[in-house]
Unconditional design. Structure first.
Length: 555
């Protein structure tokens, strides 16, 4: 029996889960046709997904179509859950990209298309909701060809065979001679051009999309050189491990070499001895080609270990727009594994940075420690706890903050809480010691033994703004409350932020009124909340009861 793994991707609310449901129902995979708005869709298994009508986690289901065993992967459409979607791309044989006929090609649609192109996945475009008012078939098809690929052909259109035949000379000859195209010809065109416009096919013996060397390239490399640069940057406790700048040189001999600089470690020393700079982090080849009739640079890169084994290979295409080329570089956070991030790159012909040191100086950052009146340190593991004047304690591993809490000083002893929990502080005369645990994910932790040699030099924290009704003071505001998977952060006397720690999401724009132990919250509109509106709608609420460091939603 033939086997095929297919993923369904889309921008939000394009109808991706509804299509998945229909495929499973029509193939006999499920007996009852569910609906997202009825909260009984087969693939939306989580309570939060059914409550808000969104997909948060990728799901799989199996169906049989004749002698084909189809594994269908339904992925999230919200940008906030893109990492969950990207995990599935490694295992797909092909993809279905769903586009809403009323919305057309959205920015996220183009991003998904580039991802599929980067992974070399043959892709079907499924245009949904064409029965609704306001759709324009001709305009939409033009947009698909302009923004995605000129190879897009409407299978349901009256000119399908004629349009398909123009994809190759062999097909055109067959069509002119017979007035039709054989199944074999159509299958080949689908793999080569129509359905593989993203740049690949599921098997190694299928023909690749047409890429002709540019006449000016002179083959691999030619006499030209190019230089690209770009960064990946995010905030949070893992910033020093993730944030990086890349310098990619396309050399005359056709080699491509990408250097990596971990600027969030704040080391701007010479590249030759800088532990945060990695020369030739990824390497490969490049050449000038024409893809779909457009001149561009084809760049092939991979991570190569000391034994010469390649991993994390990718092929990208950089197009010239007013003298500036651009593409997305997918780089491994952990080489050899699928844990990757994407850095947008741009570049020009010639050199912008004379060498690696010039590049480091352009992207270096200076670390500014939080304002503090005292510190605890773990010199062996580069850990520091900063004691602030208002009674806040911030715990850092290197340059990444991973915990916060409070500190107080009384009767020659210091008391510390982290995350709302009291920490055991050991006193030896005026020397104070405590331990903080850092969660590294997947059940892994790192322990820091933090020491202040003489607490007698400290002054008791200032009164400042006290937490509202028992809430914990935070670095960001005056109080925070655990709220059933959310964290409500009171920024000042009226403004509030809401965090969803499980997915690292947060949104500003909330306001509140605190009356005794009753917290009344006003949320901003969906134009501010975006996808977070779904989370707030399911887990948030207008009225809360404060109990110590916890907020309980009113029924």
């Amino acid at each position: 029996m033939k086997k095929l793994v297919t993923g369904i991707l889309a921008h939000v609310d394009a109808g991706k889960t509804t299509l998945s449901e229909a495929i499973l129902y029509q193939s006999g995979g499920i007996r009852t046709l569910g609906r997202v708005d009825h909260r009984d869709a087969f693939l939306d298994t989580e309570d939060l997904e059914r409550e808000r009508g969104i997909t948060i986690f990728s799901k799989q289901a199996a169906a049989r179509l004749g002698d084909l065993e189809l594994t269908l992967l339904d992925t999230p459409g919200h940008v906030d859950f893109s990492a969950e979607m990207e995990r599935t791309l490694q295992v797909l044989d092909c993809a279905i990209l769903v586009i809403s006929g009323t919305d057309g090609v959205q920015a996220h649609t183009a991003t998904l298309w580039r991802l599929l192109e980067r992974h070399g996945l043959p892709t079907f475009l499924f245009i949904n909701k064409m029965d609704l008012a306001g759709t324009d078939r001709g305009a939409l098809l033009s947009a698909l060809r302009e923004r995605l690929s000129g190879s897009c052909v409407d299978f349901s259109g009256p000119e399908f065979l004629e349009d398909a035949a123009t994809a190759s000379e062999e097909a055109l000859t067959e069509y002119l001679e017979t007035g039709a195209l054989s199944d074999a010809a159509l299958s080949a065109l689908m793999l080569v051009s129509l359905l593989a416009a993203c740049g690949g096919s599921p098997s190694g013996n299928s023909q690749a999309p047409s890429e002709e060397p540019s006449k000016s390239s002179g083959g691999e490399g030619g006499s030209k050189t190019y230089q690209f640069w770009g960064t990946y940057e995010e905030s949070g406790e893992n910033a020093s491990m993730l944030n990086a700048a890349f310098l990619l040189n396309l050399n005359e001999d056709g080699t491509a070499v990408a250097d990596k600089y971990m600027f969030a470690n704040f080391d701007a020393s010479d590249a030759a001895t800088n532990p945060t700079f990695t020369a030739s982090y990824m390497s490969g080849t490049w050449k000038e080609v024409e893809k779909d009739g457009v001149a561009c640079l084809q760049i092939k890169l991979a991570y190569v270990d000391e034994a010469g084994t390649e991993s994390n290979a990718q092929t990208a295409y950089a197009y010239d727009v007013a003298g500036v080329y651009s593409f997305d570089l997918t780089f491994p956070v952990v080489p050899g594994m699928s844990y990757t991030r994407v850095a947008p790159m741009e570049g020009k012909e010639g050199q912008t940075y004379a060498d690696a040191n010039a590049f480091i100086q352009a992207y270096k950052q200076d670390f500014t420690a939080p304002e503090h009146v005292g510190t605890f340190t773990d010199t062996d593991n580069n850990g520091t706890a900063y004691l602030q004047a208002d009674g806040t304690v911030l715990v850092y591993a290197g340059y990444d903050k991973f915990a916060d809490g409070t500190w107080t000083l009384a009767d020659g002893a210091i008391a510390i809480t982290l995350g709302g929990e009291a920490v055991d502080v050991t006193m030896d005369g005026n020397k104070a010691t405590f331990t903080a645990e850092r969660n590294l994910g997947d059940g892994n932790t790192a322990s820091y033994t933090l020491v202040c040699e003489d607490i007698s030099t400290l002054s008791a924290p200032e009164g400042g703004q006290a937490p509202a009704e028992g809430g914990e003071p935070t670095e960001e505001g005056i109080a925070s409350y655990e709220a059933g998977g959310l964290v409500l952060v009171l920024l000042d006397d009226t403004n509030m932020k809401v965090k969803y720690p499980e997915y690292g999401m947060e949104r500003d724009g909330f306001t509140y009124v605190l009356d005794g132990d009753t917290l009344t919250v006003t949320a901003p509109g969906e134009d501010v909340l975006g996808a977070f509106a779904q989370i707030w709608g399911a887990m948030g609420g207008e009225t809360w009861t404060i109990d110590g460091n916890t907020a309980v939603k009113a029924e």
